[in-house]
Structure formats: structure tokens, C-alpha cells
Ligand binder design. Structure first.
Ligand SMILES: [Zn+2]
Length: 355
């Protein structure tokens, strides 16, 4: 899920300008990546061995109450679904009539090792503390340290809200047709993650990485990454990782992020294989993110993320380049322009250069 009001498009060169320069992109060659030898994947390795080398260990997500400290209690306004049934004219109308801002007593927590603030309604925190059986599996503040440790840059979560209610926006999503019984488990708005009655599960790490990926995209909103990812999605429309991804490019990005950062080496390689262009663009953003995180705040999985990113620069880039050159020669007018845009972008990023 990602809910945001930021629909402005980042700057981009005019398509006509790109089309004019297409011939020069045909002469670009992949730049040798200086880190190639760092990968323990040897060229003759079987697909299974490569997948194994690129797997990320499944770690314990055990609760760490020792790393969570209750700081303050106060009151803030939380969005809550109103009694108005709808239907609603548009999103603004939904927010005006369908959502109330309700003063809510909350507790605020700090998490050792991370800059993120955790906020939970007082009524919910005391139910969790009381150990009621119906809340056995519910995600609480003490479950967050292990999840934050796994994020490539945990500061992308400025705040985490643990809600004991449904996302009020479910009603809007249901009205607009994705599904009639859609229930968001989490959402991300302006670097603030909210969980909605979320339970611990085997896919919790993956789900949090999905939300984290939304923020990764927004961190680089002012660069070309958003537009180039759109080109990549349009050029690779034959690969649909799941139905939810098809909602929009933000979901395409976040669903891809589950594969790029998830534990399974096979699923990572499958995505890279079916969608090399999307993979290349996503991994550009990840590289900039990983380069920017200070050594004392690195993820416990940092070296695995770096290995995957380098694998993409080394092994997936030549495949992507070949695909783009082929599209420039044989694609339709739109495809030629999108492919050239992507090649120009890879050149700007220093990944390919004139022969
Ligand atoms: Zn999403």
C-alpha cells in the first residue's frame, strides 16, 4: 500500500530530443564494474548455486522488549472511519466525509539502534500488555527492533504507528474497485508506516520491506528514477509479478522490492530474469541508498543487499543493455524512445560508456 498526495512528475528530457540521439546509444558498451570479483558466484555455477549465493538468511524476528523504551504519553489526532457509508464523489470527498480526526491517547517509544519513533494508542498498548489471548499474534512495539534491523536504511521509517483499527482508506480502495473486501495490513505515507491490527507471520519481513520500498522510491522522486522505472514497466509489460502490482507503478516498484530484498535467492533471480530493466532501475536507487547509510546504522543484511546490487550491475546489466538495443532496432516508436531514455540514464549513472 502507499497513500500519498504527491502526483507531480519529476523533470525529464523531451521525448523528441531523445529520439534524435537514438543512433549514438547504439555504440555504448557496458563499463567494467570494479567490484565484480567480490561476488562468490563463479561464472560456471549452476542456477541453484547462484540462487544459494544470493539468498539472505532467514533470521529470528523474536521480540526484543529490552530494546524498546517508553518515552512519553500524550494525545494526538488519528484518522478513523466515520459513520458515513458513501459512495464518495472522489478521494477529497472521501476524506472530508468518510474520515474523522479523533483525539487518541497514545504512548511513544524509542527503539535502541534506530532513529524511528513508535506510536501506539494507550488502549491498545494496555490490551497487549495484559496478554489477552485474542492479541497473541498481534505485532507490538517489541517486535519492531528485529524488523528495523533488516531494513537497508531504517531511517526511512520516521515513525511507526501501530493501530488497533482498520485502515480508514480501505473503504475508498473498495469503492474504487481493486477489490470489494480489501484490507490493508500496512500503509506508508511520508516516511510514516502504519500497521492495522497486523499479526506476526512468516511474511512479515517481506511486507515491511514492501512498505520500505515505497519510501525508497520517494527518496529519489526528484531524480529520474521514477520516470525510468515507468519506461521499464512499459517495456516489460509481459511480466506481472502479481495482480496487486498492476494497480500502479508505485505498487510495481514495491512488489519488485519484495523480490529484490526478500530472503529467497530464486525469487530474486526470477525477477531479474523476467524484468531486467525494472531490476536495473530499482537497484540504482538501492545502491544510492546503501552508499548513503552510515556504517554504524547499516542493516544486519547490508552485505547481502550489496552483493545483490553488484550482481545486477555485473550480470543483469549486459542482458538489460541487449534488450534495450534490440528494442531500439525493432520496437515501435514509443519503445524506441523509452529504450533510448533508459540507455541514456544508464550512461549518466556511469554503467555504460561509449565504446
Ligand atoms: Zn504498496
Amino acid at each position: 500500500m502507499y497513500l500519498d498526495a504527491n502526483h507531480s512528475s519529476p523533470r525529464q528530457p523531451a521525448a523528441a530530443q531523445i529520439a534524435e540521439h537514438i543512433p549514438q546509444y547504439l555504440n555504448l558498451k557496458v563499463v567494467r564494474i570494479e567490484s565484480a570479483h567480490l561476488l562468490s558466484v563463479n561464472p560456471a555455477a549452476s542456477a541453484q548455486a547462484t540462487a544459494r549465493a544470493l539468498s539472505i538468511p532467514v533470521r529470528s524476528l523474536m521480540a526484543r522488549p529490552d530494546r524498546v523504551t517508553h518515552r512519553t504519553s500524550d494525545t494526538e489526532k488519528w484518522d478513523q472511519r466515520s459513520n458515513v457509508e458513501g459512495p464518495f464523489k472522489d478521494f477529497d470527498d472521501f476524506y472530508a466525509r468518510g474520515v474523522d480526526r479523533v483525539p487518541t491517547d497514545v504512548r511513544r517509544y524509542n527503539v535502541a539502534g534506530h532513529s524511528c519513533e513508535v506510536i501506539i494508542p494507550e488502549r491498545y498498548a494496555s490490551e497487549l500488555d495484559a496478554g489477552k489471548s485474542e492479541y497473541d499474534k498481534r505485532l507490538g512495539p517489541a517486535d519492531l527492533p528485529a524488523l528495523l534491523d533488516a531494513m537497508p536504511n531504517s531511517s526511512y521509517f520516521r515513525k511507526i504507528y501501530l493501530s488497533d483499527l482498520r485502515n480508514p482508506e480501505d473503504a475508498w480502495v473498495n469503492q474504487t474497485g481493486f477489490s470489494t473486501d480489501f484490507r490493508a495490513a500496512m500503509s506508508m505515507v511520508n516516511a510514516e508506516l502504519t500497521t492495522y491490527m497486523t499479526e506476526r507471520s512468516s511474511h512479515l519481513r517481506r511486507d515491511v520491506l514492501h512498505e520500505w520500498s515505497h519510501q525508497l522510491r520517494y527518496e529519489y522522486w526528484d531524480t529520474e528514477i521514477t520516470e525510468r522505472f515507468k519506461n521499464a514497466v512499459d517495456l516489460e509489460s509481459d511480466w506481472k509479478p502479481n495482480a496487486y502490482a498492476a494497480r500502479n507503478n508505485g505498487e510495481q516498484w514495491a512488489v519488485l522490492g519484495e523480490r529484490m530484498l526478500g530472503n529467497s535467492g530464486e525469487e530474486f533471480l526470477e525477477a531479474a530474469n523476467f524484468a531486467p530493466l525494472r531490476t536495473i532501475v530499482y537497484m540504482r536507487a538501492l545502491k544510492h541508498c546503501l552508499d548513503g547509510v552510515s556504517a554504524d546504522r547499516r542493516s544486519i543484511d547490508h552485505s547481502y543487499y550489496v552483493a545483490r546490487q553488484r550482481y545486477v550491475d555485473e550480470k543483469v546489466l549486459p542482458v538489460a543493455q541487449k534488450k534495450l538495443l534490440n528494442l531500439i532496432e525493432h520496437g515501435n516508436e514509443d519503445e524506441k524512445v523509452w529504450a533510448a531514455e533508459l540507455l541514456r540514464y544508464l550512461q549518466c549513472e556511469g554503467l555504460i560508456a561509449a565504446a
